[in-house]
Design a protein around this ligand. Structure first.
Ligand code: FES
Length: 111
């Protein structure tokens, strides 16, 4: 939804250019847990899912369902512990989390 999530502009999110339900569906698909939405001052970030780790093609490990991650003290403000993305390319500047660098380096997992 590039009209809403604008990588090269600030503010980088313009929620007024699309339908609310469509934006909510995009936020629910956010693999990193960086996105959330609020309605009537109630924040919606996490979902009720079974614990699972999957790989994304040429991208990070996608963790859902609140799998405990040992050895991480700094999750960052507002980060979700219910779902997050772990670096698989080895080049993230925010390890162990994916920061999108795999896109810039054109990481290929060979699958
Ligand atoms: S997999 Fe995304 S930065 Fe490494």
């Amino acid at each position: 939804m590039p009209a809403v999530f604008r990588r090269d502009q600030r503010p980088w999110i313009d929620p007024d250019v699309a339908d609310v339900d469509a934006i909510i569906e995009i936020v629910k698909k956010c693999p990193s847990g960086a996105l959330s939405y609020s309605i009537d001052d109630i924040e919606y970030r996490d979902q009720d899912r079974k614990p699972m780790v999957t790989t994304s093609r040429n991208g990070p490990y996608l963790v859902t369902g609140g799998v405990e991650l040992a050895g991480v003290d700094n999750w960052g403000q507002g980060a979700s512990k219910e779902h997050y993305a772990l670096c698989r390319c080895g080049k993230s500047n925010n390890k162990p989390f994916c920061d999108g660098t795999h896109l810039a380096i054109k990481f290929k997992d060979g699958q």
